[in-house]
Write a protein that binds this ligand. Structure first.
Ligand SMILES: NC(=O)c1ccc[n+]([C@@H]2O[C@H](COP(=O)([O-])OP(=O)(O)OC[C@H]3O[C@@H](n4cnc5c(N)ncnc54)[C@H](O)[C@@H]3O)[C@@H](O)[C@H]2O)c1
Length: 255
């Protein structure tokens, strides 16, 4: 039986860990040809081999690297049907605005927001040529809700991803290209584990707001990405697609 993404060429950034890795595997299971762009040149080739895809070492803050990533997908596999622009960081020196320095602010903006601009700019000409494509940019529930456990640059960068995705979704709707922002709630990945390892109290403060009483598993987010990437979501564009275990709907959560 054909997969839900049969023979679609899908580029995934940050595909060597967490949400990206789970998505790479789900995409492959659904028949996609996957091109992974990630900094991690140790794990990348092995993961690409496991799923029969292609690995391109890529720093998503570099325009040249990003252009080479999408060009590789186009030249090697003949199209760019899906772009899952997902790589991101959440470093501990991005904290309250009172303590976060300009260097940390700028680094997070580069990796989380400028990268999405670069990836969309690189993917769109191919998608325009083929009059089809689905772009999914990873934002976060923190783009929609404020947190007292602040990561000021991270939150601002994800707000930028939402606005950028919405505008591109509107601009290119009649060209057969859909652009959506994915807003995961907290997900059990190295990014979150790293952030909370040093501060279990902070983790608990986040967890208490999740009606389901747990963090998401990466595969649960990947399932939503498969839907947004596939033709099943053909009337969904310019959306903020929340996959958050109910956080954004909650006023008081069950004990
Ligand atoms: N984990 C969560 O709770 C959560 C919640 C909401 C949104 N998100 C977002 O989801 C995305 C993925 O997060 P994750 O938890 O899977 O993270 P992760 O740390 O598990 O994986 C991130 C991947 O991105 C790669 N990467 C980092 N910087 C890069 C760069 N400059 N160029 C290329 N690749 C780079 C890393 O090598 C890694 O493979 C991020 O955008 C993150 O902000 C995560």
């Amino acid at each position: 039986m054909a997969g839900r993404l049969q023979d679609k060429v899908a580029v995934v950034t940050g595909g060597c860990s967490g949400i990206g890795l789970a998505t790479v595997r789900r995409f492959a299971e659904e028949g996609a040809i996957v091109v992974i762009g990630d900094l991690d040149a140790d794990r990348g080739p092995t993961i690409a081999q496991e799923i029969g895809g292609t690995f391109v070492r890529c720093d998503v803050t570099s325009a040249d690297d990003v252009d080479a990533l999408f060009r590789t997908a186009w030249e090697t596999h003949g199209s760019v049907d899906v772009a899952f622009n997902n790589a991101g960081i959440s470093p501990p020196d991005d904290d309250s605005i009172l303590t976060t320095g300009l260097d940390a602010w700028r680094r997070v903006q580069e990796v989380n927001l400028t990268s999405v601009y670069l990836c969309c700019k690189a993917a769109l000409p191919y998608m325009l040529e083929q009059h089809s494509g689905s772009i999914i940019n990873t934002a976060s529930f923190v783009a929609r809700m404020g947190a007292a456990t602040s990561q000021i640059s991270y939150t601002a960068s994800k707000g930028g991803v939402l606005a950028l995705s919405r505008e591109l979704g509107v601009q290119f709707a009649r060209e057969g290209i859909r652009v959506n922002a994915l807003c995961p709630g907290p997900v059990n990945t190295p990014l979150l584990q790293e952030l909370f390892a040093s501060d279990p109290e902070r983790a608990q403060r986040r967890l208490v707001h999740v009606p389901m009483g747990r963090f998401a598993e990466p595969a649960e987010i990947a399932n939503a990405v498969v839907f947004l990437a596939s033709d099943e979501s053909s009337f969904i564009t310019a959306a903020d697609f929340l996959v958050d275990g109910g956080i954004s709907g909650a006023y008081v959560t069950p004990l």
